[in-house]
Design a protein around this ligand. Structure first.
Ligand code: DX5
Ligand code: ZN
Length: 221
């Protein structure tokens, strides 16, 4: 399979929720076609963040976007239907969050979404030998908070993950992605780059989008 074109997925966790629609339109106008939605349950990770209502609200904007839902929740199989109904395109669950990973991946596909599996920085990659996923998400920070520094050993893990899943499958990186770290992640084999604070925390999110897209090797930043 041919390698995928790199894409940037702005994470709305870092957006101004009082102006969410305007903030999303700004990055879509800059070129984004994937919006990353971080869901936290206060158990798998300490904070709470947002639920399916936010996906429905984003869908109501009627933009040409994919919704990339990252579930940082325990027992995600109990929640995937709600996110599919709310308009998710892809649903990614954590390998550490359920003993029923194969079942949950099947369920996501039956709901009409693509299925991703994420691993925390300390989780071995062996799980990807046992599962057929549409997307593999390599956390490049510990999940739960935006604004953390990219873990320096991440490119080595990304490289090993790419070798394991082969070309033609989405390899997403999440955490500490900016114009400096996107390049090494791309060089190691990442194709989908989540960026939160580097985008929405910037004075000019569109300019920041273009800088990260250029660093990631996007053909049309
Ligand atoms: C962290 C979330 C990330 C977060 C990234 O647990 O999964 O998606 O929004 O934020 P930045 O880009 O600020 O590291
Ligand atoms: Zn995320």
């Amino acid at each position: 399979m041919p390698a995928l074109q790199p894409r940037i997925a702005p994470s709305i966790l870092a957006a101004d929720f009082a102006h969410l629609g305007a903030q999303v339109r700004e990055v879509v106008d800059a070129g984004a076609r994937v919006i990353h939605v971080d869901v936290m349950d206060g158990h798998f990770v300490p904070p709470f963040s947002m639920g399916p209502q936010v996906c429905s609200a984003l869908r109501a904007l009627e933009l040409d976007i994919e919704l990339d839902v990252h579930l940082m929740v325990e027992r995600p199989e109990r929640h995937v239907a709600d996110f599919a109904s709310a308009g998710a395109s892809n649903i990614t669950i954590h390998a550490e969050a359920t003993p029923h990973l194969n079942y949950a991946v099947q369920q996501i596909r039956e709901l009409g979404c693509t299925a991703g599996v994420a691993v925390c920085p300390s989780t071995p990659l062996d799980v990807y030998r046992e599962l057929d996923v549409d997307l593999a998400l390599c956390m490049t920070v510990n999940p739960g908070w935006g604004g953390q520094a990219f873990i320096p050993s991440s490119p080595d893990k990304i490289r090993r993950l790419r070798a394991l899943i082969g070309d033609g499958r989405e390899l997403e990186v999440d955490g500490g992605i900016d114009a400096a770290t996107a390049g090494p992640a791309a060089e190691a084999g990442a194709t989908l780059f989540v960026a939160g604070s580097a985008l929405f925390g910037a004075d000019d999110p569109a300019a920041s989008y273009h800088a990260i897209a250029a660093a990631a090797g996007c053909s049309q930043p």
